[in-house]
Write a protein that binds this ligand. Sequence first.
Ligand code: ADP
Ligand code: MG
Length: 569
Amino acid sequence: IKKKQTLGFQAEVKPVLQLMIHSLYSNKEIFLRELISNASDALDKLRFELINNKFISTDNSDLEIIITFDKDNRTINISDNGIGMNRNDIITNLGTIAKSGTQEFFSKLSGDQKKDASLIGQFGVGFYSAFIVAKKIIVKSRHVNSPITEGVLWESEGSGNFTIETINKTNRGTDITLYLRSKEEEYLSSWKLKSIIRKYSDHISFPIKMYKETWDEEKKETVISNNEFEVINQASALWARGKSEITDEQYIEFYKHISHDFEKPLIYTHNHVEGRNEYIQLLYIPSRAPYDLWDRNKRNGIKLYVKRVFIMDDAEQLLPTYLRFVKGVIDSNNLPLNVSREILQESRDVKVIREGSTKRILNILEDLSTSNDKEKIIKYANFWKEFGQVIKEGIGEDNNNKERISKLLRFASTNNDSDIQNVSLMDYIKRMKEGQNKIYYITGENYKSVKNSPHLEIFQKKSIEVLLLTDRVDEWMLSFIPKFENKELVSIAKGNLDLGNLENESDKKQQKETETKFQNLIEEMKKILSEKAKDVRVTYRLTDSPACLVVDENEPSGNMIRMLKAAGQ
Ligand code: ADP
Ligand code: MG
């Protein structure tokens, strides 16, 4: 095992590297953010292990990240005394793209650099971004549970393969050395490195240290100490700070750190909740849906901390499934430090936190959706486009908040000329005709088919608005909201359409006359269609089309039947 071994990268690593270098070149300084972010994760994991696994014997040296550079050798070094990696860890973590969803990611690559560049942002850039500035990277690491003789040295030029060998490593954790490409010497400056650290990594809760610089009065120049360090960042958990002490930029950088998203969040909410159940919540809604949004089993992106100590990623108990796109941190003062997923499931404290966090998210969405502020209107439209279909799941999933969620819903409607979903049930009610006491909708597979449905004819004639519902979840969702603000929601494609007071007496009289006139024809048609149709009726729904199909009130609609069939039922 001691011998040096050469291994190939997983096939996908190479295209990702290429794409990364191409698409992030103009923003290449983020490599440092990514490496610091990994170091911080490694320190979090170590601290967690120290609490939960009493067998680990390790020195109690302070958890920290140290950054140095060497002008002569053109290297930058990033060290942490975190959990470290053993041989297997290093092979899987740095030789493959171990993230879940990698396959979907690759299936979405189009070959169009521009489009793919935004995908890579969503996917998170990570360790490989260091190859944008480095022609060679050496990683030395030792896992906290490995003996000194079982350190690992990983080396690669980022092309086809990497080498790996066993080394002695006295200090626990990971040291990463970047050998800079030519033209990247700007990073060999403490001023430059410090400014990048302050810009992107100030929120990291562990100290990030560099050698101290002092002014030498005699030589009239700054000298860099070779034994004394200074802390560059604030080194306190960002979410624990007061809101007024945090800038928008810091909130955004923190989001990128925890979410691995490359884009800004759409909006966030930060609260210190006091009382019997004390906790801090810092929750973000991303600007864009992740490619795996439809995976309901995907755990959501909430990191759980207890009294500033990291406990776990993806604590799915802390928010309902329909809010699985929310990212953030929840830091509880009440939960025990050794809390497990099983305990979370039962905990009353967690229930309180989940309800509180759900409220917060609904609050910010309500605020966006009811505002007259231009920026907020755009944000809500963007939100609905990305996450509207998932919010609809909440109608069935979260009975306590059904009322509030139904006000957030947006639909396409005959009031618009496009398929944009921007009509709320409230908007609809405000536009209802005199005598109208129902909310009319039609469901179907796509906008075009519902928009051209013959069922709409009578509504067009009478200028009555109809909501056009074409999302997969719509029918399921509608079964949970029979009424909104006391107005019944009615499908115009079902049963005997009762337009109630919207019909005047002469309409009704004319209908009766027509029915009598066509009685014989109807009887004849019933006989001919006896195998295919349950009933044949004269209709006054249509103005141009000769006939249309309807389903009985209590039966699933045509669209629902198609869906059930597609689902193999
Ligand atoms: P991500 O951080 O999104 O998981 P990265 O590409 O940044 O993806 O890192 C890949 C993996 O390599 C990490 O998940 C972690 O397991 C491992 N890793 C990277 N840097 C370190 C480090 N400094 N200490 C321990 N493990 C690390
Ligand atoms: Mg990372």
